[in-house]
Design a protein. Structure first.
Length: 115
């Protein structure tokens, strides 16, 4: 099983980034996919989640209206479009796959929002 995040980097406040998480080794279309983040000295917290069929999403209040989670089950990939980025969005971003009592995590990708 592998979850490989990409797309992180350094961006100025107000900018945008698109994260991707490519999955392999499990039936991607059967899993709820989510993005979490962890800033320095902070606990890891949920950013956004999407159901297995992509029909339903939910977001942390801090990112509503700025971030969009989506998935492509044909490509086994989940995305996080991040717009209007703020310095407080700086964190390592992780994707997670969940189904019943199974969960898998990626290794994370760093997002730094700074001028």
């Amino acid at each position: 099983v592998q979850l490989v995040e990409s797309g992180g980097g350094l961006v100025q406040p107000g900018g945008s980034l698109r994260l991707s998480c490519a999955a392999s080794g499990f039936t991607f279309s059967s899993y709820v996919m989510s993005w979490y983040r962890q800033g320095v000295g902070k606990e890891r917290g949920l950013v956004a989640a999407i159901t297995s069929d992509g029909d339903s999403t939910n977001y942390a209040d801090s990112v509503k209206g700025r971030f969009t989670i989506s998935r492509d089950n044909d490509k086994n990939t989940v995305y996080l479009q991040m717009n209007s980025l703020k310095p407080e969005d700086t964190a390592v971003y992780y994707c997670k796959a969940t189904r019943l009592f199974r969960e898998y995590w990626g290794q994370g990708t760093q997002v730094t929002v700074s001028s």
